[in-house]
Design a protein around this ligand. Structure first.
Ligand code: 13P
Length: 339
């Protein structure tokens, strides 16, 4: 393992002013997003939509792009591989390698992420296709009596095996344990579950001998459930999230890149900004958003060629706002000026 190279890539992914674009939605997820904007979910439409993002000026604030298996193999209209367009924009191509979630046997309502079988061979192929980093997402749902410790541990163990394999094949693992925002629970419950999850994940990473200097953590922020009657202020989310990270994430980890998880675009930006203003911690803190970066350009595009420029402008704006937030330099006024 070339740890210096892994560390170089991990640091590039979380460089100040930049963050990761998660564009690794499965065809099924893209279908749901396209239905909202009235676009047919064909391979060509998925390609055209992603190409417009990768060719936009917003890529200046994007350090890396997480791709789906289909996308890393796709070529743009002019024949250039999409992964090459990302590199030409000064960004790193990455790839989602988990195979999604399945019910966890004997644990009703809980899920386990699959995809370890044959993973080494797939990593070798993706490396050859230009990938520099990977992503694996574990899903932890909060409900009455859940998550169980067994579910957290089984998912953490899978994340650790994935991360070790990635490093062995020269790829930086994004380790993503997502505690979902669904439900009525309060912010305190999210804190508890996130703490238990992160403690368990770092224990498993240690046991699996994963080099922390060569990975990026992709956690949820500490937020109340979407249906909770008591929502939280920007500063409360930022304080609680920073507190749980300081308690659980070793300083050797170069960076933390949050998922947006269903927060509004502005909440995702404002909360990231607040954390960086509070003086973050030993690691860089940035974004690895899908929805909070793509909702606006998808709406602007709506599948029409004549809307490509407007969609690129919308994406460039969100990427720039989150780039500023990664340095604690965003303000709500900047959103108004753009409106
Ligand atoms: P969201 O930002 O939409 O939560 O997606 C991030 C991601 O990559 C989830 O795996």
């Amino acid at each position: 393992m070339d740890l210096a190279e892994l560390n170089r890539v991990a640091n590039a992914m979380v460089a100040p002013g930049r963050g990761v674009l998660a564009a690794d939605e499965s065809a099924g997820t893209v279908k749901k997003r396209f239905e909202v904007i009235g676009v047919e979910c064909t391979e060509e439409n998925r390609r055209d939509y992603r190409e417009l993002l990768f060719r936009s000026r917003g890529m200046a604030n994007i350090s890396g792009v997480i791709l789906f298996d289909e996308t890393i193999r796709q070529k743009a209209k002019d024949g250039t591989p999409l992964a090459r367009i990302i590199e030409q924009a000064g960004s790193l191509p990455g790839i989602k390698v988990d195979k999604g979630v399945k019910p966890l046997p004997c644990f009703p309502g809980e899920v386990i992420t699959e995809g370890l079988d044959g993973l080494r061979e797939r990593l070798v192929e993706y490396h050859g296709l230009g990938a520099k980093f990977c992503k694996w997402r574990a899903v932890i749902d909060i409900g009455p009596g859940t998550p169980t410790y067994y579910c957290i541990r089984a998912n953490a163990a899978a994340l650790a095996r994935y991360a070790a394999l990635c490093q062995d094949e020269g790829l930086v693992p994004i380790v993503e344990p997502e505690v979902l925002m669904d439900g009525e629970h309060d912010i305190g419950r999210c804190f508890e579950v996130t703490e238990k999850t992160l403690k368990t994940v770092f224990q498993e990473l240690y046991l699996a001998r994963v080099a922390l200097e060569g990975m990026v953590l992709k956690p949820n922020m500490v937020v109340p459930g979407k249906k909770s009657p008591k929502q939280a202020s920007v500063s409360e989310v930022a304080e609680r999230t920073l507190r749980v990270l300081k308690e659980c994430v070793p300083a050797a980890v170069p960076g933390i890149a949050f998922l947006s998880g269903g927060q509004s675009d502005i909440d995702a930006t404002a909360r990231l900004d607040a954390m960086n203003r509070m003086g973050a911690g030993p690691w860089k803190i940035t974004f690895s958003y899908s929805r909070a970066l793509q909702a606006a350009p998808q709406k602007a595009w709506s599948g029409k060629v004549e809307n490509v420029a407007a969609a690129q402008t919308a994406f460039t704006h969100r990427a720039a706002m989150n780039g500023l937030a990664s340095m604690g330099k965003w303000s709500a006024d900047l959103e108004k000026k753009a409106a």
